[in-house]
Ligand binder design. Sequence first.
Ligand code: ADP
Ligand code: MG
Length: 259
Amino acid sequence: MAEPKIAEPPHLVTDLKTLCLATIAAHWERFTQDARRKRQPHADYLADLMSFEVAKRRERRIQRRIQEARFPILKTLDSFDFSAQPGLDRNEVLELFRCAFVAEAANVVLLGGVGTGKTHLAIALGMACCQHDHRVCFTTAAELTNTFVEAKREGRLSRKLEQMARFDVVILDELGYVPFDREGADLLFGFITRVYERRSLVVTTNLPFAKWSEVFLDATAAAAVIDRIVHHATVLQTEGSSYRLKTAKRQGRRRKAMS
Ligand code: ADP
Ligand code: MG
């Protein structure tokens, strides 16, 4: 038998909406019916309503953080195959994913060859930071540098720098893939200096530190960047050949074996 409808108290929904309690406004009736059926004490009923609103708000906030981060694709640690990276210390990675490094404004460097899972881990870590309600921005080193060069040309560099420095975590993917010109190197260096010990950087790179002078054009600038990034940083090194190639080869072998 269908449960009798509950008459809506006058003003309830408009009052809830005025108080910006949209989730309760949409679900109060179901909660009230449950409470009546379970003979739930008033205090418990009120607490259930409130925690539902809080949970939904948190969900929406996390979704907003993930959208704002502009990840090129969504990746999680669950889908990361640790057996392909025996050199990685799983406990160290799990510790990192608790995201305490953000409060310490510490950095993370993922260093390794192409296709070894650096971007995967960087995105997954960024997603974990979003889950912890941190503001995250995903960008490539080249893209961010170009944005700064353009902003400078248009006389809005300081606004752009300020906007970027508002993120708790900036993921700089692919540092070292494209060398900068003098202006680009200086602008990126300026940003790194500005956020040093205030914000977290997650950097992925295929270049060992000794070669960063090729990206920052001279050894002094490179040393200054390394000093700032690595001073408070966890450095994770990914190794081996490309995961894509490895899995493609494995699948090829399996197909061959089946034919
Ligand atoms: P990199 O940034 O080091 O060049 P990516 O993170 O882009 O490499 O990895 C290339 C592809 O292989 C992605 O689709 C990624 O999800 C996958 N991949 C790489 N390493 C792993 C791994 N250990 N477990 C699961 N997927 C992986
Ligand atoms: Mg990558």
